[in-house]
Design a protein around this ligand. Structure first.
Ligand SMILES: O=C(O)[C@H](O)[C@H](O)COP(=O)(O)O
Ligand SMILES: [Mg+2]
Length: 300
């Protein structure tokens, strides 16, 4: 049963208990380009208490550097090294776990964030934001969907240019190129922005999974790679770590599966009834209405 925190005493006990705080971004810190309530003040308070902070987002549309720009614009302190995105983690996975060959390339269904992170680790790529692939093709004209044996992986994330040509090319590589990896940065079905929810990265991957009849390897939350790299890189004690998120099947499941505590906020995707119902996909350790509520600690 999740413990609801609502008083300054509750917040204080939580802050005293955990040294390392992992924050989801969309739906927790911001909604689109707006900070949610006093989330920035809570983050500042935690920093003043000497807490370690990491931002762990499934949003693959921006690189770590460009996420840092977003934090700066919003007046929220943040260092690039504190940011872990599913695009960054996917590039790292290709490089270090799959030892992706230098003469192969990754076909991208996704935005610049993925391309920038692949560039940063020296992995060649095609598709993505390339205007040649972001075009309408005439019905029954498949002349541009040519084979390319140099594609060794297809990586999908949220793509604002979704189109048939990209799916058809990716499909062809995945069917014809031996050993071609099918990967997704994340499978979020939706994300909160502009006062409602819109289709997320998972909805971008779905047409390809449907056509292929198989699912991709997922690098983002709730899968382990981002948590394990943060723990290893910074030599952290999981018993002193807490994940703060708004979505059960990514953030809260990430904490549950990774063996760390979780704090659910109700400013994003999932609501109280989603984790209180029988058979809930994941259950938070704690729940608070909004991250900004904890800013009351600074007024004590
Ligand atoms: O589909 C997406 O890309 C995600 O829904 C989204 O951006 C999630 O970001 P997070 O809540 O993990 O910060
Ligand atoms: Mg979120």
């Amino acid at each position: 049963m999740a413990r609801t925190l609502s008083s300054v005493e509750d917040y204080k006990e939580l802050v005293d208990r955990y040294d390392t705080w992992l924050f989801d971004c969309d739906g927790v810190i911001w909604e689109g380009d707006h900070v949610i309530g006093k989330a920035g003040d809570t983050l500042q308070y935690l920093r003043k208490q000497g807490k370690r902070i990491f931002f762990v987002t499934n949003n693959a549309t921006k690189s770590r550097a460009s996420n840092k720009g977003k934090f700066d614009k919003m007046g929220i302190e943040c260092k690039v090294d504190e940011i872990f995105t599913s695009a960054y983690a996917s590039a790292a996975y290709l490089k270090t776990v799959l030892k992706f060959p230098a003469d192969k390339k990754v076909y991208v269904i996704g935005e610049k964030g993925i391309e920038d992170e692949l560039d940063a680790v020296g992995i060649q790529h095609s598709g993505g934001t390339n205007p040649d692939d972001n075009v309408f093709i005439d019905l029954m004209d498949f002349s541009s969907i040519t084979a390319d044996p140099s594609v060794g992986a297809v990586l999908c994330g949220l793509d604002m240019h979704m189109n048939y040509k990209k799916f058809a090319k990716a499909f062809r590589y995945l069917r014809e190129n031996e050993g071609c990896h099918f990967m997704a940065t994340n499978l979020d079905s939706t994300f909160p922005t502009h006062g409602t929810v819109h289709p997320g990265g998972g909805a971008t991957v779905a047409p390809l999974s449907c056509a292929l009849g198989r699912e991709p390897l997922v690098v983002g939350k709730p899968e382990a790679p981002m948590l394990e790299s943060i723990v290893e890189m910074h030599h952290l004690d999981k018993s002193k770590m807490i994940m703060v998120g708004d979505r059960l099947n990514t953030d809260i499941a990430f904490g549950n599966q990774g063996g760390i505590a979780t704090l659910m906020v109700l400013t994003g995707i999932d609501k109280r009834e989603d984790f209180e119902k029988e058979g809930a996909v994941a259950r938070p350790t704690y729940v608070v209405d909004a991250l900004g509520d904890m800013a009351a600690l600074a007024q004590r």
